[in-house]
Write a protein that binds this ligand. Structure first.
Ligand code: GDP
Ligand code: IMO
Ligand code: MG
Length: 422
């Protein structure tokens, strides 16, 4: 498999977790390199559904190593909860998990600031997951963040934390928010530190050693291209680089060691949170929600739904260097009579094929659709490409052509078996 980066090509929740779990069979090491527990990656094995937030989705396969890289922001309390939750389900977590000592930490004051900033924005809110992700990455960029290596140093951590709590409580009070308790945070984080200590190391050195032994690496993107801090629909984005380049900076693996980029996309589009979404369609949303689908894995919010947007995925393909596509949730369209695909935008009378940079301009874009007939039967039992209805194959080939990459994986259900390789 060589070294493969997997990215979301839309607004997140494309089904990355399912595809990572599937591909991990051929990988040795799975690496998360950005984001935090704002991510929610769902994997269904038999009757059991797992939702992973910080731990890479490769953890459910025996004999594989999972790495949380330096680019991830870690809420230690949430991470310990996730480790314990998996252990309670019989998943072994010992030497198969490594956590970068350089990863920045998320603290309760980040969560409080996240919530308060959202409240102050009123109708302009981003619709964040309120996990403190923006403020934690903000501290990292401002060089005031604390890292896992700080937490591991029991003697110096209390004083470093005290300084950060002091400053953040001044800000919280000035925003009319409740200050956080230094004593409580120290106590909770010191307990978490001892649970995490055995996993903490220099993951860059580990990864490079593994590469020199010819191990295959799989980089698990979190969020999606249009939530990228630089390339997404700013400010309605997350605070990390969710695009392929983020896999390099967030893991310490240089670009020339990456062999392939897989873009994961749904056969339609979803978005959770606020911000522009040109192909949003309420009827399609109602249909999917009535089927019990498209509710957020992290916050449980109903996802906004819309048609496949080839303007967006083509641009995503360009930014990420996507050479292979994994198209998920094809079965979501099984009973849609007429399916629409966005092939261009009309913005103030002009036809454009590149998403505008300004969010309010994206908001003004009217999609230009091509309509194609639906296949009107179930795809969930198909196990080979040939078993898919001809109209479904035509649809997949159309979106691959418009996106500009090769079809590699098609997913027709949440389980491992419902995965077709072309
Ligand atoms: P991620 O954040 O990209 O990992 O995606 P999420 O797990 O948040 O959301 C994807 C949802 O779609 C989850 O509920 C998955 O179990 C589900 N899923 C993934 N692929 C398929 C598919 O092909 N068909 C169906 N029905 N569900 C799928
Ligand atoms: P996965 O990895 C979908 C969205 C939030 C909000 C914006 C900013 O499961 O695909 P944040 O809490 O990051 O500051 O929120 O980003 N968002 C996601 N949407 N899937 C995700 O992750 C997301 N992570 C963040 O809804 O709009
Ligand atoms: Mg998700």
């Amino acid at each position: 498999m060589a070294n493969t980066i997997l990215v979301g090509a839309q607004w997140g929740d494309e089904g990355k977790g399912k595809i990572i779990d599937f591909l991990t069979d051929d990988a040795d090491i799975v690496v998360r390199s950005q984001g935090g527990n704002n991510a929610g990656h769902t994997i269904v094995i038999g009757e059991k559904k797992y939702v992973l937030h910080l731990i890479p989705s490769g953890i459910l396969r025996r004999g594989k190593t999972c790495v949380i890289g330096n680019g991830v922001v870690i809420d230690p309390i949430a991470l310990v909860g996730e480790i314990e939750g998996l252990r309670a389900c019989g998943i072994k977590i010992q030497r198969n998990l490594l956590i970068s000592e350089a990863a920045h930490l998320v603290f309760p004051y980040h969560q409080a600031l996240d919530a308060q900033r959202e409240a102050l924005k009123g109708s302009n809110k981003i619709g964040t997951t309120k996990r403190g992700i923006g403020p934690a990455y903000g501290d990292k960029a401002a060089r005031t963040g604390l890292r896992l290596c700080d937490l591991m140093q029991s003697t110096t951590f209390p004083e470093k934390l005290a300084k950060r709590v002091r400053e953040n409580n001044i800000v919280l009070r000035s925003l009319n928010a409740k200050p956080v308790s230094y004593k409580q945070i120290l106590e909770d984080y010191q307990v978490a530190a001892e649970v995490l200590r055995p996993f903490v190391c220099n993951t860059v050195a580990y990864i490079h050693q593994a590469m020199s032994k010819g191990k295959n690496l799989l980089f698990e993107g979190a969020q999606g291209t249009y939530l990228d801090l630089d390339h997404g629909t700013y400010p309605f984005v997350t605070s990390s680089n969710t695009t392929a380049g983020g896999a390099c900076t967030g893991s310490g693996v240089p670009p020339h060691r990456m062999d392939s980029v897989i873009g994961v996309m749904k056969a339609y589009t979803t978005r959770v949170g606020e911000g522009p979404f040109p192909t949003e369609n309420e009827d399609l949303g109602n249909l999917l929600h009535e089927m019990g689908r498209e509710f957020g894995a992290t916050t449980g919010r109903a996802r906004r739904c819309g048609w496949f947007d080839a303007v967006a995925t083509r641009y995503a393909s360009m930014i990420n260097g996507i050479d292979k596509l994994a198209i998920t949730n094809l079965d979501g369209l099984d009973h849609v009579k007429k399916i629409r695909v966005c092939i261009g935008y009309r913005l103030e009378g002009r036809v454009i094929h590149t998403p505008p940079i300004i969010a309010s301009d994206v908001d003004k874009c009217e999609p230009i659709y091509r309509e194609i007939p639906g296949w009107n039967c179930s795809t969930t039992e198909a196990r080979t490409y040939e078993e898919l209805p001809l109209k479904a194959r035509k649809y997949l080939e159309l979106i691959a052509k418009l996106t500009g990459a090769k079809l590699k994986i098609i997913s027709v259900g949440a389980s491992r078996a419902q995965t077709i390789c072309t």
